[in-house]
Design a protein around this ligand. Structure first.
Ligand code: AMP
Ligand code: ZN
Length: 112
């Protein structure tokens, strides 16, 4: 399958990894929108949050545990944002489920 994040998970494409286990990889975003901008993905190809099934419950839960671990390691004690873009209207550009972990600056809401 021609999926850039599957290729990152299988190391076919290099990335700056900040975390890896048997189910999950986290790596720095190529085009960071904050001082810390990490993408956390399941190694399993899931197209978007809309495609999550009962089989994925464990890995999705684990992603949030990993997110808080990474946030601590990267010094985000003042807070951070976890973002998921799902589908065309959200602006999802890579069709492999990913969570943006962003921090190190004040965030605005609802965007930016
Ligand atoms: P989204 O717009 O939510 O689908 O986010 C996709 C993100 O993937 C963007 O923030 C891109 O900068 C990032 N991205 C795309 N290709 C790569 C890559 N090869 N390595 C790291 N980040 C990437
Ligand atoms: Zn994929």
């Amino acid at each position: 399958m021609d999926c850039i994040f599957c290729k990152i998970a299988s190391k076919e494409i290099p990335s700056e990894k900040v975390y890896e286990d048997n189910q999950i990889v986290a790596f720095n975003d190529l085009d960071p929108q904050a001082p810390v901008h990490v993408l956390i993905i399941p190694k399993k190809h899931i197209q978007s949050a809309d495609q999550i099934t009962d089989d994925d419950k464990e890995v999705i839960g684990k992603i949030f545990v990993v997110a808080s671990k990474i946030a601590k390691e990267l010094g985000l004690e003042n807070g951070y944002r976890i973002v998921n873009n799902c589908g065309e209207d959200s602006g999802q550009t890579v069709q492999h489920l990913h969570f943006h972990l962003m921090g190190g600056r004040k965030m605005h809401w609802p965007a930016g």
